[in-house]
Write a protein that binds this ligand. Structure first.
Ligand SMILES: [Zn+2]
Length: 488
């Protein structure tokens, strides 16, 4: 994601805006078959069939699924929108989701519907048997879901319908438990394994759709349009519906699409996306999916990444929109292909996306308003000013190792994860040299493709490429404490 920084700190600095699987993928993917219909009242009637493959090394007797839409329900305790954002997110007044799970079956046999988690954010499904490693099981979940009227990743807003995090998705099992974090307002608190998707979505006829994946078929009948979309080896599926214009181009072997409704120079946005895919193909390794789509929409943040699909806020135009497109496109490599636990290791994709944006400008010096040196100087001045501001009031924890909900607020999170994260990677690059740094990123991408990376995978790849020990260098950045800074 890309967030905006608070003006307080940036008034003197430059406008740095923020958008806000173990080695090599050999396992058989789980799969999701989703059949869903959105009616004119923004109620989704859906059926999700998950063929779950136990790719863990322990047997399981239950599965957990995230119920992200419940975070928008009336009475939710952990909410995706902070108090300060309510008037912007809900311009028409508060609006809520309503999720009703009507049926759960396991291999065809009915199961009780058990909703659990810290805030009704998990569906627990008893399998009725032990699912051994490599074994498969089919869980089918039927539900209806009233979408909220909210300018966010999930909801309708009068201009578009953002359909993200809208279906039960299997929680990652690790360290003896399912990772079941609720939908925090800070960061992008999502975390999932790659899977194959076959999605059939029926929507009112007036809507065009932008999707994760490739449209196989589009048919219109009785005032409704049905899309069938497939995507393999992606860690999530999202769609945006609206009345769009569309432009397409090609970057290497990837078709790049741009859907928009309010852009006087759409070819510029499309070309930025194409240049970004080409640049990151060269720098990190080939983008493995046949299509990549950038879609303009209404969004609280500046942008938001999903596999093969980037949402860009329509508030951003020209150079600012381009900057968001580049950041979100970098996430296709860092978050999308190489996944990570975005709750506990948020810097791993955000710092990489932010530094990749700087690398983009280093490699594209014609036709762009920003430069690598300019971006680095902006980050440095913003970070120094942030530290100066906060050391005086006793606040200021500059550690980057916290979970997203452990940051004081979204501003502190953004400064530590994006700004400091990019400066950290630049310091590592200067320490090991550009050639070794870029070799390390390439092997990190190749080794962790379709998997869930941990910090040690990135650090290890850079140690291998540079033949240097880097743990102490990374630790000194990651464990930061503003007291050290003020004493220096
Ligand atoms: Zn981001």
């Amino acid at each position: 994601m890309r967030k905006k920084l608070l003006a307080i700190v940036l008034s003197a600095a430059v406008a740095v805006s923020f958008a806000a699987c173990a080695p090599t993928h050999k396992d058989e993917d789980s799969s999701y078959t989703i059949v869903a219909s959105l009616d004119a009242d923004n109620v989704l009637t859906a059926s999700v069939t998950c063929k779950y493959v136990n790719n863990n090394d322990v047997p399981l007797d239950e599965l957990w699924f995230h119920l992200y839409p419940n975070a928008f329900r009336e009475g939710a305790k952990v909410v995706p929108i902070t108090d300060g954002e309510i008037s912007t997110a809900y311009p028409n007044g508060k609006s809520y989701s309503k999720l009703d799970i009507t049926s759960v079956t396991v291999n065809g046999a009915a199961r009780d519907i058990t909703i659990t988690g810290t805030d009704e954010n998990v569906l627990s499904v008893a399998l009725g048997k032990t699912l051994d490693p490599t074994e498969k099981i089919t869980v089918k979940i039927d539900y209806t879901l009233k979408l909220p009227n909210v300018t966010h990743r999930f909801g309708y807003n009068g201009k578009t319908v953002n359909l993200a995090n809208f279906y039960p998705i299997a929680c990652v099992y690790r360290d003896g438990a399912f990772a079941a974090d609720p939908y925090y307002s800070t960061g992008d608190p999502f975390f999932s394994e790659c899977a194959d998707y076959d999605v059939t979505l029926t929507v009112p006829e007036a809507y065009e759709g932008a999707f994760t994946g490739v449209v196989q078929n589009k048919a219109t009948a009785d005032g409704a349009t049905t899309y069938r979309v497939k995507a393999n080896d992606v860690r999530d599926f999202a769609a945006v519906f609206g009345k769009f214009e569309k432009m397409s181009g090609v970057a290497g072997t990837t078709i790049v699409n741009y859907y928009y409704y309010d852009d006087i120079e759409p070819e510029r946005a499309l070309n930025t996306a194409i240049d970004a895919v080409k640049t990151f193909d060269d720098l990190f390794g080939a983008y493995p999916y046949p299509e990549y789509t950038v879609v303009q929409t209404k969004l609280l943040a500046a942008g938001m990444e999903y596999p093969c699909l980037s949402m860009i806020s329509d508030k951003y135009k020209g150079n600012a929109a381009g900057d968001v497109i580049i950041h979100e496109t970098a996430h296709q490599w860092w978050y999308g292909v190489v996944g990570n636990d975005e709750v506990n290791n948020a810097w791993l994709d955000e710092a990489m996306a932010e530094y990749s944006t700087m690398l983009f400008y280093e490699n594209n010096t014609e036709g762009y308003a920003y430069t690598f040196n300019g971006k680095r100087a902006d980050a440095l001045s913003a970070y120094v000013l942030y530290c100066e501001t906060y050391k005086n009031n006793g606040l200021g924890d500059t550690s980057m190792t916290r979970a997203v909900n452990e940051y004081d607020d979204a501003t502190e999170y953004a400064y530590m994860t994006y700004v400091k994260g990019a400066l950290m990677l630049d310091d590592v690059r200067n320490t090991v040299g550009t050639a070794a740094f870029m070799r390390g990123l390439k092997s990190y991408y190749g080794d962790m493709k379709y998997e869930i990376a941990k910090p040690e995978n990135l650090i290890g790849a850079l140690e291998k490429s540079s033949k240097r020990k880097l743990n102490a260098l990374f630790d000194s950045w990651l464990d930061g404490n503003i007291k050290l800074y003020s004493n220096s």
